[in-house]
Ligand binder design. Sequence first.
Ligand code: IPE
Ligand code: IPE
Ligand code: MG
Length: 257
Amino acid sequence: MRDLFKGWGRGQRASATTVEHPPLKIKPRHVGIIMDGNGRWARKRGLPRMAGHRAGMIAMREVIRACDDFGIECVTLYAFSTENWKRPMPEVEYLMHLPEQFFRSEIDELVSRGVRVRFMGDTSALPPYTQETVRNSLERTAENTGMTVNFALNYGGRAELMSAMSRFAQAVAKGDLGVEDLTEERFESYLDTAGLPPLDLVIRTSGEIRLSNFLIWQAAYAELWFTDVLWPDFRKDDLYQAILDFGGRKRRYGDVE
Ligand code: IPE
Ligand code: IPE
Ligand code: MG
């Protein structure tokens, strides 16, 4: 398994996109990405699934750079779901080491770009070495005021809603709040995305047309964009296409035009 981490880091830079992109007139403030298809990417090449996850990290780095270059305020990346614990133990273990690998090689660039790192999901249930990475990357980027990169790690939309409901109920039980205080706005303040811009666009790679428990409250009025491209192949050009498509959508929010 160690060998699969080899070569990741400074020396390994994916080739930069050569296409020049005309400036985007309409941009989503907050993009959520379901990074799917790593396993299938690896299988197509006769490689172990882990090789797909490793290649997926390169795509992730390129997409974070691209979001920053395009002037996106916030990108939420679905890295590990509450359901992904069902996977074989060696795969889960490999995935749990990825944040460490990723930040070791990328944190300096993120800091120099002024990126602020956030996490959502129950990070307290992660292995100690992953939690350490979470803490360090939060600390290193806490003062930054640029783009927010929000990693969903051990995140599930249902768990998020349950936790929000339970904390609101506790506030009511203690007498700090009344049932009538439950507005949509207050409820959102209990969600993991509190303080982030509203979710405008959800991208899912690999041809699956579902949310898989990703931002289920927040996606209520988000635009959805699906592509057959497998996550490790996803690059700046694909993101550009998604944003361009977003710019042409009519968002009615139930109203008439
Ligand atoms: C996405 O790729 C990565 C995670 C869910 C952690 P998959 O590992 O789900 O890849 P496929 O869907 O099996 O191809
Ligand atoms: C969603 O992908 C979770 C992440 C990308 C982290 P999955 O591969 O776990 O989703 P399903 O199982 O196909 O719904
Ligand atoms: Mg998958």
